[in-house]
Design a protein around this ligand. Sequence first.
Ligand code: PMP
Length: 426
Amino acid sequence: MTGSLPDTTSAIHAAYLERSRSSAAHYALASKFMPGGTSRQASFWEPYPLTIAKGEGAYFWDVDGHSYLDLINNYTAMIHGHAYPPIVEASHKQIAKGTAWAAANEAQSSLAALIVDRVSSIEQVRFTNSGSEAGALAFTIARIITGRTKLLMARYGYHGSLLEFEIGSFGNEGPLTYLAAYNDLADFEAVLSAHGDDIAAVFLEPVMGASGIIQGEADFLHGVRAAAHKAGALFVLDEVLTLRFGTGGCQSDLDIEPDLTMLGKIIGGGFPVGAVGGSADVLGIFDPADMKVFHTGTFNANPVTMVAGEVSLRELTADRIERMDSLCEMLQSGLMDVANKHGLPFSTNRYGSCLNIYFNESVPESSVVRDDEQVMNDFHLACINHGLFIAHRGLIALSTVIMEKDISEALTRASAAMQDVASEIA
Ligand code: PMP
């Protein structure tokens, strides 16, 4: 969501161009066949993104041969890093036996049962191929059940790339989209009392991810759920990103029971995935015996994603979550020290194993409305120049294979990058 142009006169920019010639060549080729050379805005940055050749563990390598400590892990999805051996083994075995057919497979029931076991509000699951599709499906379910057409979400919330959600993530309302301020229960109640009759569902993230790792207050989340129900709307909790924060996602810790839960990312073990979970009663609208809505998809619940997802979830234990959280805390305070050393204004939001950084004295309302874009862009490129990979909007998400020594390495590399940024500003 950053948009300012790069400073082409900077030493950081020049060093990036110099070390990424093969990525530049690949970008030129890709741009002939895809608009802007990409199919994914979140993995594009100016002047062009790196092209990655392979990943293993906590590191990946670009086509110019440089290695990077990966601190974003495909925007939180690669919870066990790259080419995690148990996932490689399980998926290889499945690939050798075939990857998809127009009939059932056993692996889908194993993953669904595991999700039901771990996530308290979920009795049944419907699989999709992305979190965005899960959002679209949850909205469809709510529309069918309530007979209403609109949704309410938090301003700057993120629920995937369906237009009705995407405009909200940039802070705009639309014909089907109402917005209210995150952590402001009165604002949600006001919209629901004015427009409740039109609203099929209220969507919330328990921790806002794309907006900058902003924790939802328990009273706010419980209050919005109650207000949604009072208005006759469904309450949908988007745990696509937050399932990594606890074995049962955030809903167990918060003791909150949504009508529907959106899932994605880590439940696919690195393969495309999404899911909507809920009570057997609500999900019953898909039951072919009494079908209220037709939902299908060529690769839904394909066995490769299912076996990989099962390993990914089983291996995400409470101990590992705790270890990632404390390493992330160590990284957070280390980055603050490094920024202070280089005289840069710096602030962070952290929840568990995710961190969003800002080159401001205090964190802004959302990553969408920030005034440190130029410095952030410079820092992002400078990190790359020093072999450290973070999201260009400053998001960091650890994986279970990152060790304490990697955190020290990350701080050394971040310090070198901040030194470059500080010289640029001076
Ligand atoms: N909801 C949330 C909270 C997300 O973080 C994301 C992905 N960043 C999505 C939905 C959409 O998932 P996908 O990218 O798989 O479509």
